[in-house]
Design a protein around this ligand. Sequence first.
Ligand SMILES: Cc1cc2nc3c(=O)[nH]c(=O)nc-3n(C[C@H](O)[C@H](O)[C@H](O)COP(=O)(O)OP(=O)(O)OC[C@H]3O[C@@H](n4cnc5c(N)ncnc54)[C@H](O)[C@@H]3O)c2cc1C
Length: 466
Amino acid sequence: MSEQFNVIIVGAGIAGLCAAVEASTRAAKVLVIEKEAIIGGSSLLSGRFMAFAGTELQKENGIEDSKELLVKDMLEVGKGKNVKELVEVYGELQLNTYEWLKSNGVEFHAVRAASGHSVPRGHTILPEQAISTLYNRALKSGNVSFQLEASVKRLRKNSDGRISTVMYEKDGLEYFAKASEGIILTCGGFSKSEDLLEAFAPQLKAAIRIGGKGNTGDGLKLAWEHGAWIRDLPYLQGTYGFHPTASGEKKSQAHAFYKGAIIVNEHGNRFVNESLSYKLIGTEALKQPNNKSFQIWDQRIMNESVPGDALYDFENLYSLGLIHKAETIEELAQLIGIPEHNLLNTVSTYNSNILGGKDEEFGRNTLTHTFGTPIPIKQKPYYAMETTVAMLATYAGLSVNVDAEVLNAFNEPITGLYAAGEIAGGFHGAGYMTGSSLGKAAIFGRVAAQSALASTTEFKENVSMQ
Ligand SMILES: Cc1cc2nc3c(=O)[nH]c(=O)nc-3n(C[C@H](O)[C@H](O)[C@H](O)COP(=O)(O)OP(=O)(O)OC[C@H]3O[C@@H](n4cnc5c(N)ncnc54)[C@H](O)[C@@H]3O)c2cc1C
């Protein structure tokens, strides 16, 4: 006998929880199935940035932003390879979703500039706070039940050809559950699947693996069985900015390059414009000898350390022994084992180019995307952190339409099947704007629930009237 629900959600990261809360407010009977004992997936490990534009928090900080600028940035960073309609819906619904998250108790703390931002729009959350708040909100509604340590293994169609049933395993037993309105895949990406990474991204073999333990691409396989198409595969990229030890307990990460640090290889030579997306930097870093590179910065940048910040808490990384410090560039070079005169030469060439207003070598004239102005590295002491590339989120994913319906190779919806979050492709194209992954997960988690419950238009109409 199978249990009956209106909506079944596979995976309890931020996308699944937003879908659950949204569905619960529509009096739907919802089942969330999560493979791991602890909910949260990659969302729980995330760097905390959610990309929103035009928020009160930005206004309080004197930042002028708009949905139009956000959409422009995402399309620009994605080199126009993104599905424009999906990005536009992100733009249209993002402010409403920011307010909705706040009204459901999710706290936003600060706004920071990060990769792909032409103005600061990374709204920081504490992932544990956001995940536990949404989970409790879903539970409290009385409409949502959770099955933890339960892994969805297959999806089945009913006699009308509609995806209607999940088969899942728990405690070694097989269970079936039926959904009358829709099954929503929110089971994340495949950053922890060696077989899928080897098949689709062999160029990332040397990247360290970070991501939710359960993110093994199960959802892709579940949907492929029923003819789903996939988008953005050619653009799978790693993320630059992690210390080589970051695949362990601590996700030690520093983006000093977005504050003005330079990046050099083991010969002490720069190899990239440091203001580019950390995905593009990652691609170049993996081409360097022994995949080895270092961020180099000075005390002025060190002074911009932000306590507790996932990307900018340089002092904390220094106290953990992950950052080297020296009074001169030569001593720094000795500490990290690269030729002294090369590093000295690299820093002085960079400094004089920056002072002259033109980075002749790599064309850097901003800190990140079109934001900020680089200044010379010359205030001692100097710092270096060995930095590497991590495969932490896959971004390529199932083809979906603006209603979060999963599409087949002919762009036709696979009836009854929805997807949101990292498992959904088409949003980022050839590049990635920081915060848009958690952002799309929250926005399209809600859209998927509304579409399944056939009230998407109501949401969109409400938003366009604002
Ligand atoms: C270190 C790190 C830093 C990041 N920083 C940022 C950032 O600052 N901003 C940003 O926007 N993005 C960031 N990302 C990416 C972002 O965190 C993810 O893309 C996003 O959290 C994905 O959310 P999700 O809900 O789609 O998936 P997840 O949060 O990964 O949740 C998916 C869930 O599905 C479960 N699941 C998988 N298969 C099954 C199955 N067969 N049955 C049942 N359950 C299953 C998993 O166990 C998991 O709990 C970062 C990622 C990492 C790892």
